[in-house]
Write a new protein. Structure first.
Length: 385
């Protein structure tokens, strides 16, 4: 493993450690959004109501994720109860609900918003009836006089006005006894029960002691029969069908998944760069100069031409004297001997002897022996070593 990969690995481990430390030390943040989700444990989710609704309605609850329009296209039921909690109901679904109510069904719709066109046709007007930070919800029936529910966290303050004489007020807020937040509207053979404060069914309020009595009183208006709860209608988003939905639903797993993808992306980016090719090992060319010199030397020895070798040796020596010592070699006289003595530090006798051997090598008619060549070579190597 090269140094670059080690560095990336170290950075990755440090980032992982920091994220793990942050995850372990972070404090849980309460989600106060009004999600009205039957699977949510947050304060304004409907998880507790979803678990208790069967007991509340005597195990006669049929749940469906379909819209009322899609459900009643394939289902034809005898008179039954309809339950919808905080949903945006389209016009076609409202028509199906009203058709069933007209045939004898009863609908309990708990929401802080209603379709204006439907409201006009039924003879009521959704309105804001309170701007208080907290409201006490009461029921008008004397037998429920002791049961109330206080909305002390994010009340909607919604209600109804311009109610027809045939409509019945079932609940109101203590702050304004003239305005209703829970009404009954007769429609054909059935009734619609409209409640404008869906927070009464959320986890936060159902967990408060005594509030369950108010909720039981509200649902006591429904007849004892099968209830169809459009539990999926209150979802504003469709559930993900991705294979990763479990991982993405858990914060710790979600962080780990994105960190893994980020690390993988970095690894791909840095390793996608063109790497240096392996440099092949090339054997250096052998220096055969020595072999060449030996071959030439052997050739001269075989020929036995010591005079020629001595002349070439003298020529090479004088060339070095000119180039390195800057001494004129035209005349090998006393001046030459004196200058060479000064620049090399060798004795005058030694230089004089070498000079005589050089002259002998340059003389084409001189008789040269092997011993002369050896002696000249030894003296020259000693002078310019």
């Amino acid at each position: 493993m090269n140094k670059t990969l080690k560095l990336y690995g170290l950075i990755f481990i440090i980032v992982m450690a920091v994220l793990a430390l942050l995850e372990l030390t972070k404090s849980d943040v309460t989600d106060w959004r009004k999600n009205f989700d039957v699977h949510e444990k947050s304060p304004f989710g409907l998880l507790i109501f979803s678990k208790e609704v069967d007991h509340l309605l005597k195990n006669k609850v049929q749940r469906t994720d379909l819209s009322p329009y899609d459900f009643y296209k394939t289902q034809k039921l005898k008179p039954h109860n309809i339950l919808i909690v905080q949903s945006e109901i389209d016009s076609e679904s409202w028509n199906k609900i009203l058709q069933n109510v007209e045939s004898g069904s009863d609908a309990m719709i708990i929401s802080d918003s209603f379709n204006k066109k439907v409201a006009d046709s039924l003879g009521f007007l959704p309105s804001r009836i309170s701007y208080e930070d907290s409201n006490l919800l009461l029921l008008t029936d004397e037998k429920f006089a002791q049961d109330s529910l206080k909305i002390d966290k994010l009340p909607s303050g919604k209600g109804f006005e311009l109610i027809l004489e045939s409509d019945e007020i079932l609940g109101k807020e203590e702050s304004d006894s003239k305005m209703a937040n829970f009404i009954k509207i007769s429609h054909g053979k059935g009734n619609l029960y409209l409640h404008a404060e869906p927070l009464i069914l959320t986890n936060y309020y159902l967990l408060k002691p005594g509030n369950e009595k108010y909720v039981q009183d509200v649902f006591s208006y429904l007849p004892d029969r099968e209830t169809v709860w459009f539990s999926g209608a209150n979802k504003n988003r469709t559930e993900s069908r991705s294979p990763l939905r479990f991982i993405l639903s858990k914060p710790a797993l979600r962080y780990a998944w994105w960190l893994f993808l980020g690390g993988l992306l970095l690894f791909i980016i840095f390793n996608a760069k063109r790497k240096q090719r392996i440099v092949p090992v090339i054997e250096p060319k052998k220096n055969k100069s020595v072999e060449f010199v030996k071959s030439i030397g052997n050739l001269y020895l075989q020929e036995g031409d010591f005079h020629d070798m001595m002349a070439k040796k003298a020529q090479y020596f004088l060339n070095r004297v000119r180039m390195d010592l800057l001494i004129d070699t035209k005349d090998l006289d006393e001046k030459f001997i004196h200058l060479l003595h000064l620049k090399t530090g060798k004795s005058v006798e030694e230089i004089t002897e070498v000079t005589e051997l050089i002259k002998k090598g340059q003389d084409p008619y001189a008789s040269v022996m092997k011993e002369d060549l050896i002696k000249m070579n030894t003296l020259l190597d000693g002078i310019l070593q």
